[in-house]
Ligand binder design. Structure first.
Ligand SMILES: Nc1ncnc2c1ncn2[C@@H]1O[C@H](COP(=O)(O)OP(=O)(O)OP(=O)(O)O)[C@@H](O)[C@H]1O
Ligand SMILES: O=P(O)(O)OC[C@H]1O[C@H](OP(=O)(O)OP(=O)(O)O)[C@H](O)[C@@H]1O
Length: 206
């Protein structure tokens, strides 16, 4: 049976396809998949899902390998092998606030998609914090007065800048990662070794 690879839809998918094509794999069926969420190529079965769901499919052995942002691994800590970094999806986790505004004296109100990372960050600092869970456009929260600041991914810094926010601390560095199901690595050792070697060749070529 062909190995199954769960691929994070969207930004990670686009960058992965470029990387995968550079390893001389056929990406045509993946590029022209339309709205299909399950696509077979000569070598693999690909399934397309949100990052956190990629980890769920890999953890439960539905997918043998997964391509997912390290931010998702840090936030949800799934029980998978975190094999190696991939040469794309680089970003940082940052604490940011409105430019020209001071943090409040007491408990800070922080909006984030990453509530576990946020909780852990403030725990390490020994500070209590009020966390507001948002699903996106987190930069809006301080502007609209829901929170004093945010914990979110920063890449170019454009989103922060264009919304009047500044970084006050950067505390984690991420890239996309290749993850694997624990038993697949034993049971499908030969099939997976080939693709893992190809990925790693791609990393050294870069
Ligand atoms: N600005 C960025 N620069 C680099 N990598 C990013 C950036 N934003 C997100 N990522 C990485 O890409 C992954 C997927 O992000 P993407 O924006 O495609 O989906 P999402 O945040 O889940 O949003 P959506 O709800 O639109 O799917 C993130 O988990 C992270 O690893
Ligand atoms: O530093 P930058 O290059 O501007 O990138 C950072 C932005 O990218 C991500 O948002 P995304 O595009 O995933 O949208 P979202 O707000 O819906 O999560 C992240 O949440 C930031 O908003």
């Amino acid at each position: 049976m062909k190995p199954t690879i769960a691929l994070t839809k969207g930004r990670v998918e686009k960058q992965f396809l470029k990387f995968f094509a550079s390893l001389s794999y056929d990406v045509e069926p993946l590029i022209n998949k339309g709205r299909k969420l399950r696509v077979e190529t000569d070598d693999f079965l690909f399934v397309f899902a949100k990052g956190v769901d990629v980890t769920t499919y890999v953890e439960h052995g539905i997918a043998d390998l997964g391509i997912v942002g390290e931010d998702i691994l840090a936030e949800f800590q799934p029980d998978v092998y975190n094999l190696f970094p991939l040469p794309f999806g680089e970003c940082r986790m940052a604490l940011a606030k409105e430019k020209g505004k001071e943090w409040p004296e007491g408990k800070r109100r922080i909006a984030s998609k990453y509530t576990n990372i946020t909780k852990e960050y403030f725990k390490q600092k020994g500070e209590s914090v009020e966390i507001f869970k948002l699903e996106g456009s987190v930069e809006l929260a301080p502007i609209l007065g829901l929170a004093d600041g945010i914990v979110d991914i920063v890449e170019t810094g454009t989103t922060l800048k264009e919304n009047g926010l500044v970084v006050t601390d950067e505390f984690m560095h991420f890239s996309a990662r290749c993850i694997a199901n624990r038993s697949s690595l034993k049971i499908k050792r030969n099939e997976l070794a080939k693709v893992i070697e190809a990925f790693q060749r791609g990393l050294t070529v870069k």
